[in-house]
Design a protein around this ligand. Structure first.
Ligand code: AMP
Ligand code: GLY
Length: 415
C-alpha cells in the first residue's frame, strides 16, 4: 500500500511511525512532514491545506490511502478533493469536519442527538455575553466559535477577562463549567461502524498543577488507571453512536477520527469538545501502545469496511509523553534555537526544522515530545522524563507533573 500523510507536527510524526511499521505499507510519503518524519517517509513540500495540490500529489504518487493529520486541511475540504479522484482518504468531509470547525454546529448536533454536554449559548455581543456569564456563574468558560487549534478557550474566575476574550473573538460560545477529570477518547469510524482506541489524558495548561494559559497540550499518558470500568462503552453508547447517527441523518456522515474530549463529572461523562482528527500529544501515547497495524485500520475506515476489521490488539503497560516547548510558548514562542540530544528513539518531532548547515533547530511552539512506554505508568513516566533530560534547547520549558497525579492515585471523580 502507498500512503500519503498530510501534516508536519508531533501527531504526524507519531502517525508516520505507526504507518511505516505496518508491513502492508511499502511506500510512505509525507507533505510537508518534519525532520522526524523524514526518517521514515519521503517528504514533499506541498501545502497540506490546499485541496487541489494535495489531490494532484495523491494522483501523482499513486497513493492508495491519504491520511489527513491536522484540522485545517479537513475544514478546507482536502478529504473531499482526494475522494473526488477516487482515492481513499482517512478524514471527514469539510461538512462533517464542522464538528470541530464550529462550536455552535457541534452543540447543535449534540442537542439533536441527545448527547450529554455542558449547557451553552452562542453570544455575539458584550451584553448577551455578560448575561450568560452571570447565569452560569464562575468559573467562566468562553470559547472562540471558529477553529482555534485548541487555543481559543478561556476558563477563568475573572469576569472581566472572560468578557475581554469574548470581545476579541467576536462570536463565542459561553458554557457552564464542567468539574471532573478530563479524558480524550479517539474513535476510528467509517461513518457507521466505530472502534474506540485507548482513552488518554492530556494536560492543556502550560504550567505544573494546571496553571497558566491553555496550550495545544503539554503532555499525555495512557491508559487511565483511574477510569471507571465501562467508561468507554458508556461513551460509545451515549455519545459516539448517537452523534454518528445524527451526522448520517443530516446527509453528512462523519468518517475518520472522532476525538471526544470529555469531563468525567459527578453526573457521568460530559462532552467538552469534538475534534475531527487525532489529538496532539495524545496520539503519541495511544499509538505507542497500539499493536494492530495502523494503515490497515485507517484504510478500513476510509473504505467503509471497518465492520469487518479484526478487534484491536494493545501492548501491555503504559505510555507517557512530555512536550518540550520553546521559550515564550504559548504566547510568543521563539524559534531558531539549536536542539541537541534529540536523535534517539522516543523523541517525536513537532516544531523542528533541519537547516542547510545540518543543525536541528526549533521551528514552532511545541518543539518535540519525549515519548516512552513502560511496564506500568510509573516506569513509563520515569523513562519519558529521562528522555527529556537528554534534550538541550535554550530557553525550553516543560511540565514536570505529566501523569504524576495518576501515578500517585490522586485523581478522583467528583461524587
Ligand atoms: P476545548 O478547546 O473546548 O477543548 O477547551 C480547552 C480546554 O478548556 C479543555 O480541555 C478544558 O480543560 C477546558 N474547558 C473547556 N470547556 C470546559 C467546560 N465546559 N468546563 C470546564 N473546562 C472546560
Ligand atoms: N490535545 C488536544 C488537541 O489535540 O486538541
Amino acid at each position: 500500500m502507498r500512503v500519503l500523510l498530510l501534516g508536519g507536527g508531533g501527531r504526524e510524526h507519531a502517525l508516520a511511525l505507526g504507518l511505516a511499521a505496518d508491513p502492508a505499507v511499502d511506500q510512505l510519503i509525507a507533505a510537508p512532514g518534519n525532520p522526524g518524519v523524514a526518517a521514515v517517509a519521503e517528504l514533499r513540500p506541498v501545502d497540506p491545506a490546499d485541496p487541489a495540490a494535495v489531490a494532484a500529489l495523491a494522483v501523482e504518487t499513486r497513493a492508495d490511502l491519504v491520511v489527513i493529520g491536522p484540522e485545517a486541511p479537513l475544514v478546507a475540504g482536502v478529504a473531499d478533493a482526494v475522494r473526488a479522484k477516487g482515492i481513499a482518504a482517512f478524514g471527514p468531509s469539510a461538512e462533517a469536519a464542522r464538528l470541530e470547525g464550529s462550536k455552535t454546529f457541534a452543540k447543535d448536533v449534540m442537542t439533536a442527538a441527545g448527547v450529554p454536554t455542558a449547557r451553552a449559548y452562542t453570544c455575539a455581543d458584550a451584553e448577551s455575553t455578560g448575561r450568560v456569564l452571570d447565569e452560569f456563574g464562575a468559573p467562566y468558560v468562553v470559547k472562540n466559535d471558529g477553529l482555534a487549534a485548541g487555543k481559543g478557550v478561556v476558563v477563568t474566575d475573572d469576569r472581566a477577562a472572560a468578557l475581554r476574550h469574548a470581545e476579541e473573538c467576536g462570536r463565542v460560545v459561553v458554557e457552564e463549567y464542567l468539574a471532573g477529570p478530563e479524558v480524550s477518547l479517539f474513535v476510528v469510524t467509517d461513518g457507521e461502524a466505530a472502534v474506540p482506541l485507548l482513552p488518554a489524558q492530556d494536560f492543556k495548561r502550560v504550567g505544573d498543577g494546571d496553571t497558566g494559559p491553555n496550550t495545544g497540550g503539554m503532555g499525555a499518558y495512557a491508559p487511565l488507571p483511574w477510569a471507571p470500568s465501562g467508561l468507554v462503552d458508556e461513551v460509545m453508547r451515549d455519545v459516539v453512536h448517537p452523534t454518528l447517527a445524527e451526522m448520517a441523518r443530516r446527509g453528512t456522515p462523519f468518517a475518520g477520527l472522532l476525538y471526544v474530549g470529555l469531563a468525567i463529572t459527578a453526573d457521568g461523562p460530559r462532552v467538552i469538545e469534538f475534534n475531527a482528527r487525532f489529538g496532539d500529544p495524545e496520539t503519541q501515547v495511544v499509538l505507542a501502545l497500539l499493536e494492530t497495524p495502523l494503515a490497515g485500520l485507517l484504510h478500513a475506515a476510509a473504505t467503509g469496511t471497518l465492520a469487518g476489521h479484526p478487534p484491536l490488539r494493545w501492548r501491555d503497560g503504559a505510555a507517557v509523553t512530555v512536550v518540550v516547548a520553546a521559550d515564550g510558548y504559548p504566547a510568543a514562542p521563539r524559534t531558531g534555537d539549536v536542539i541537541t540530544g534529540a536523535e534517539g528513539p522516543g523523541i517525536i518531532h513537532a516544531g523542528t526544522r533541519r537547516d542547510a548547515d545540518g543543525a536541528l533547530r526549533s521551528a514552532g511552539g511545541r518543539v518535540l515530545c519525549a515519548t516512552a512506554t513502560g511496564a506500568d505508568l510509573p516506569a513509563a513516566r520515569d523513562a519519558a522524563y529521562a528522555l527529556v533530560g537528554g534534550v538541550e534547547l535554550a530557553g525550553a520549558h516543560h511540565r514536570t507533573d505529566i501523569a504524576s497525579a495518576a501515578v500517585d492515585g490522586r485523581i478522583a471523580i467528583p461524587g
